[in-house]
Design a protein around this ligand. Structure first.
Ligand SMILES: NC(=O)c1ccc[n+]([C@@H]2O[C@H](COP(=O)([O-])OP(=O)(O)OC[C@H]3O[C@@H](n4cnc5c(N)ncnc54)[C@H](OP(=O)(O)O)[C@@H]3O)[C@@H](O)[C@H]2O)c1
Length: 305
């Protein structure tokens, strides 16, 4: 699969990442077949979190891939920590113990990437910095990043954290594209101009932070998939037309729309269906024109001032 540079690091990553949040829905043999199918497609970047399935998703994955030192070398593993029941916790103590939990469940002694999952209102950058220093010096984590963070929150972390923050995992799909539309509508009186993210898209581009769009096929907050959804008739008509033009599926076109953005994003897809994953991977080879990109954008209900 086509690769991109991960943030400002030397790491090259497949342009489509595989999210493992839903792997607990599979039987052990289905999970094994899915992971092997992903690897056969060159999709060796796997996104985890300590909270997915209460930790079981990481365990299921490690079993499915038959984790061993030689298998481990073929994988790029990312996990996220910082969410606890009823709270967020970026304390040094929690970050360190949570990463140890991820490593044990994934049956590995290092993560390629660690992300802080969701901003902790009580964050103390110095504590995060101490935790990251320990994780880096012990070799437990090779690259760092965040998830669901706005620019000022990243700036605050950077006040103390020495390591580069290479990624920001954010919700983005054609049907959830406010981070794009607020820039298009800048300084108008329209609701679309509302900036709820602190111009995170431009900030990430400016600082070479890889945006990892999560839920790239969903609308709302886990409200469902927009592809082939009758509530998105105009959008699907547009996706279908382009799918016919490129001889791919509408799923492929929906992901190609994200990949066409010049921010060099790495969407994290959540399908557990090998055939659908193949359609996602095919998006890496489809280069939409500017006209096509904007036609999809408008068909989703977005306007231009
Ligand atoms: N950082 C965060 O806060 C955060 C939050 C949520 C998720 N994530 C990460 O993002 C990953 C992806 O999230 P997601 O699973 O919500 O993303 P998604 O790829 O938008 O949704 C995947 C789900 O949609 C279903 N689906 C139905 N029709 C589809 C179609 N035509 N094309 C694609 N999928 C279709 C899939 O079912 P099938 O399996 O049957 O294909 C699967 O259940 C997660 O695994 C996780 O790693 C991060």
């Amino acid at each position: 699969m086509r690769t991109i540079q991960f943030g400002s690091s030397d790491l090259q990553v497949p342009v489509v990442g595989v999210g493992c949040m839903r792997i607990k829905t599979l039987t052990p043999s289905e999970a094994e077949a899915f992971v092997q199918a992903a690897l056969a497609l060159g999709a060796n970047f796997f996104d985890h979190a300590d909270i997915y399935g209460g930790g079981t998703c990481e365990e299921i994955f490690a079993k499915a891939v038959h984790m061993s030192p030689s298998v481990r070398e073929t994988l790029i593993l990312q996990s996220k920590v910082g969410i606890r029941k009823g709270m967020y916790d970026f304390s040094k103590e929690h970050i360190l113990s949570a990463v140890d939990g991820c490593l044990a469940r994934l049956k590995t002694d290092y993560l390629d990437v660690l992300l802080l999952h969701r901003p902790d209102a009580l964050v103390e950058p110095e504590e995060v910095a101490q935790a990251f220093d320990v994780l880096e010096s012990t070799g437990k984590v090779r690259h760092f990043g965040v998830s669901n963070h706005k620019p000022m929150q990243i700036g605050l972390l950077k006040k103390a954290v020495r390591q580069a923050l290479h990624a920001n995992q954010l919700q983005l799909s054609i049907a959830h594209a406010a981070m794009i539309s607020n820039g298009v509508h800048v300084n108008t009186n329209e609701d679309a101009a509302l900036d709820r993210d602190g111009s995170v898209l431009d900030y990430c581009r400016l600082h070479d932070i890889t945006i990892q769009p999560w839920s790239p096929f969903q609308h709302g907050f886990f409200s469902g998939v927009f592809v082939n959804n009758p509530a998105f008739l105009e959008l699907n008509a547009c996706l279908d037309e382009l799918a016919a033009r490129y001889e791919v599926s509408s799923t492929t076109i929906a992901l190609a729309w994200i990949l066409r953005h010049p921010a060099r994003m790495q969407p994290i897809v959540g399908t557990m269906n090998p055939a659908r994953l193949k359609e996602c991977v095919q998006a890496a080879e489809v280069q939409l024109s500017r006209e096509e990109w904007y036609s999809i954008y408008r068909a989703a209900g977005n306007t231009l001032p």
